[in-house]
Structures are given as structure tokens and as C-alpha cells.
Design a protein around this ligand. Structure first.
Ligand SMILES: [Zn+2]
Length: 293
């Protein structure tokens, strides 16, 4: 868990400068993170930063400034043409491949780059009238050319919850139907329109695991770029452990784990898999396991 200030200066003041992306692309000191289909180019477990001149065709956005003041742009590349042969290019990796192998500051840049690239790719038309839009503010907004409404890369909140027993000695995790049966994780779900975070936690946990909650509290959050989510992490205490049961649709099994069992799974031993190192789900599990509050 982190309560650290971001190390990426988003340089919001630059977004208002007319033609700022053209100016920054012409500056030889500018560096670029290129994203294609949710993947970035990686060399030796580090995200590659290239010169703007190395990019032939892309949609551009300003990501911000690195700690040393270097301006960082996003280049969202078109999908590879189908005519290119299908040999996997191993240096293009996504967040799930890279999670935990690059440091948290780089992970933050990676998530921002993938999230904004997805918006540039998917949101070309006005959701109100269907009109064409024009990028503004260094590609952090679009204005509809027909109805003149402004649109922004919205973030969808979702809750993710570590549910513990009343005595704090066991953790309730669920196996999602899409995970193949071996993987267990915290319960999670999107906030619906008109719903508070707290209401979402109570609803999702009851729907997916059958238990009701005696208490809950916020711990931390993490941006997640699929497509642009904000995972809001909670710890909750169950009212009655015995009521735990899977919903049978999204969740195919729920199970109470002791700290010893979580130790084994975190070490990668035994039959149970846990979420990957870049995820807030794993951070919530590790925090509970280590007795952090
Ligand atoms: Zn419109």
C-alpha cells in the first residue's frame, strides 16, 4: 500500500498552450512511451523511452514530466497491420506481463499510458450526438465538432475488498469462473450509477460471497487501465463466517484462508494461485497477511 505523492508531474499548465504537442514533439529532449494494443516496448524489464522522431504514425498525448524534468509524451500506435507476420514480438509487453518487474513509479506511467491510449483509440465520436470530435488540452479532452460538448477520459470506480473473519485470523477469497478454478482473489465490482462506494462494497460482497459485513474501511486505491478503472481498496469484517457461499455464476468457490495458507500461496507453493504483483488485490492480501491495518 502506498500513500505516496505521484512522482509523475502531469504538467497540467502545459495542456493549455496552443500547439503544445507539436512543440514538444520537435524538442529533441522529449521522450516518448509508445503503446500498441495495451502493450509497451520493453528492454531489460524497463519501459523503453524513444525519441519523437522514432515514431512514424500515432495519436499523441502529454503524459507529464519525469522527476528530472524530461517531458514524457504518449504515442498511441495503430494496431499492427494484418499483413505483418504473426511471429510474437517479445519486446512488446502489457501490464500483466510486466507487473512487479518494473518499479512502482514506472508502473504508474505504464498504467497512465495504456489508459489514455485506450481512450484515444476508442472515443473518437461524441457519445451524445455521434459527431466527430477534436482533441484538445494535449489530448486530455475532446470537443464535439457538432454539438460542441467537451468530453474527458472518464475513470470508472470499482471496489475491491479483503474480507476477514471477526477474529482477524482468516481471510475470505473467491475463485472467479474466468480464472480456471485455481486462482483466488479479493472480491471486486464496479460502482453502479447512483451508488456510494460503501453501498457497493456491501452489495458486491453479499452478492458474490453471501456474507454480510459488520464493518468496512478504506485502505488505498490503484488506477487500472482496463479500460480506465480506479480500484478502491477496502478491508471489511464479516458478521457471520458460516454464511459464506459462492454466487455460482461469477464466483465458483469461496474459501476461508489462514495466514499459513496465504504464506504458502504467496510463496508460489501449493495448489492455490494469488493475483499478480502489480495488482491492488495482491497488496490487500499481503497487507492482511502481514497484519498491517
Ligand atoms: Zn456531439
Amino acid at each position: 500500500m502506498t500513500d505516496q505523492r505521484s512522482s509523475l508531474d502531469r504538467a497540467a499548465e502545459l495542456r493549455e498552450e496552443p500547439g503544445v504537442l507539436d512543440r514538444l514533439r520537435a524538442d529533441p529532449k522529449t521522450r516518448v512511451i509508445a503503446v500498441r494494443d495495451g502493450r509497451v516496448r520493453v528492454v531489460d524489464s524497463a519501459m523503453l523511452r524513444v525519441s519523437p522522431d522514432d515514431i512514424v504514425e500515432a495519436d499523441w498525448a502529454l503524459l507529464g514530466r519525469d522527476v528530472d524534468g524530461t517531458v514524457l509524451l504518449l504515442a498511441s500506435l495503430p494496431a499492427e497491420p494484418a499483413t505483418v507476420d504473426s511471429t510474437p514480438d517479445e519486446i512488446w509487453l502489457g501490464l500483466r506481463d510486466l507487473g512487479g518487474r518494473i518499479d512502482p513509479a514506472e508502473t504508474e506511467r505504464l498504467i497512465a499510458a495504456i489508459a489514455v491510449a485506450g481512450w484515444l483509440r476508442d472515443a473518437a465520436f461524441c457519445p451524445r450526438c455521434g459527431g466527430a470530435t477534436e482533441l484538445r488540452q494535449a489530448a486530455w479532452s475532446r470537443r464535439c465538432l457538432v454539438c460542441e460538448r467537451d468530453h474527458f477520459p472518464r475513470t470508472d470506480p470499482a471496489v475491491i475488498v479483503a474480507v476477514e473473519s471477526a477474529d482477524g485470523e482468516r481471510l475470505l477469497l473467491g475463485a472467479n469462473a474466468n480464472w480456471g478454478g485455481r486462482m483466488y482473489s479479493c472480491f471486486a465490482g464496479f460502482v453502479e450509477a447512483g451508488e456510494s462506494l460503501e453501498s457497493t462494497v456491501h452489495r458486491e460482497i453479499e452478492e458474490e460471497s453471501g456474507v454480510t459485513l459488520a464493518s468496512l474501511r478504506y485502505l488505498s486505491s490503484q488506477a487500472w487501465p482496463f479500460p480506465r478503472s480506479l480500484m478502491v481498496g477496502f478491508r471489511a469484517v464479516v458478521e457471520d463466517e458460516a454464511t459464506a457461499r459462492p454466487d455460482g455464476e461469477e464466483i465458483i468457490d469461496v474459501r476461508w484462508f489462514t495466514r499459513d495458507e496465504i504464506s504458502t500461496a504467496l510463496a508460489g507453493d501449493g495448489p492455490v494461485g494469488l493475483p499478480g504483483p502489480a495488482s491492488i488485490a495482491r497488496a490487500l492480501i499481503v497487507d492482511w497477511h502481514e497484519g498491517r491495518v
